[in-house]
Design a protein around this ligand. Structure first.
Ligand code: SAH
Length: 259
């Protein structure tokens, strides 16, 4: 897997490259990262990447040309990668944008199954639409809020995809046990506890210290169902729709409703 990031702040990406699970996966060569600064693709002394918006209004807009040259360099870099040359499909060029499709675990999984993508980070008021029309294949949003730049969104995308690569996580922290994933049938995760057994007068739930694996599994499933029903009924509906809720699940949900 190879990510190419087009950004005016490439230094921000040392975080995923060097630290934690994604850092370990990088050292294991499970993924590679190439950074492209649009400023390096300008031809004036000021290395200009932005200009005032046509039609007036506040702020500045990123110019199409430096961005397009950066994307072309990224495409050429990927083509030069021997492994990449084997796949002659088109690389996804993903723009970080509040007007894009809301990013979710299904998209992270789709990315994890592929060979990476080119991620475009906007700054200022945004990007000249002609660059987007000519180069971008997908637009992705982190949610209904506005960031100062696409970098934090791109970091989130890289992190969420890389941690799903086989070998990135230890068995102990398997992604399958996380919220939205298969073994939870897309529901939210159950609460976690560690030592000490009593903290500030509060005990760990008895089920978890029972040593009885079947009861622990039932407790976790019921916690998951209760939390998801309370906070994200849409995920319960989706699991039901996909036929992923067992008879025991439905029975427990029914009990919750009567409470
Ligand atoms: N004027 C734009 C926001 C520009 S914010 C608008 O109102 O839609 C500057 C840059 O930050 C954007 O180009 C985009 O790359 C990034 N960005 C801001 N919010 C984001 C979000 N919720 N998800 C992904 N990227 C975002």
């Amino acid at each position: 897997m190879r990510f190419d990031v087009v950004s005016l702040f490439p230094d921000m990406f040392t975080v995923v490259r060097d630290l934690g699970i994604t850092g370990r996966a990088y050292k294991q060569q499970l993924w590679t990262l190439a950074l492209w600064n649009p400023r390096d693709f300008t031809h004036d002394v000021h290395r200009t990447v932005d200009d005032r918006p046509y039609g007036g209004g506040p702020g500045m807009v990123m110019m199409a040309e430096p961005l397009e040259h950066a994307v072309n360099a990224a495409q050429a870099g990927r083509a030069a990668d021997k492994d990449q040359a084997a796949h002659d499909h088109k690389t996804s060029v993903i723009l970080m944008s509040p007007t894009g499709k809301r990013f979710d675990q299904a998209m992270a999984q789709e990315l994890a199954h592929g060979d990476g993508a080119i991620l475009i980070c906007g700054r200022y008021e945004g990007i000249d639409q002609r660059f987007i029309d000519r180069n971008v294949t997908h637009e992705v949003s982190m949610g209904d809020f506005v960031l100062s730049g696409g970098e934090i969104a791109a970091l989130a995308i890289i992190d969420s995809a890389v941690r799903l690569l086989p070998g990135a996580l230890n068995d102990a922290d398997s992604a399958l046990q996380d919220s939205f994933n298969t073994s939870l049938t897309g529901l939210l995760d159950s609460p976690h506890y560690t030592r000490p057994e009593v903290y500030q007068g509060q005990s760990v739930p008895a089920e978890l210290i029972s040593g009885h694996h079947a009861n622990i599994a039932i407790w976790r499933r019921q916690q998951s169902l209760a939390l998801t029903a309370a906070r994200r009924p849409d995920l319960i509906a989706a699991a039901r729709e996909a036929g992923l809720l067992s008879r025991a699940d439905e029975k427990y949900l029914d009990q919750l409703k009567r409470r």
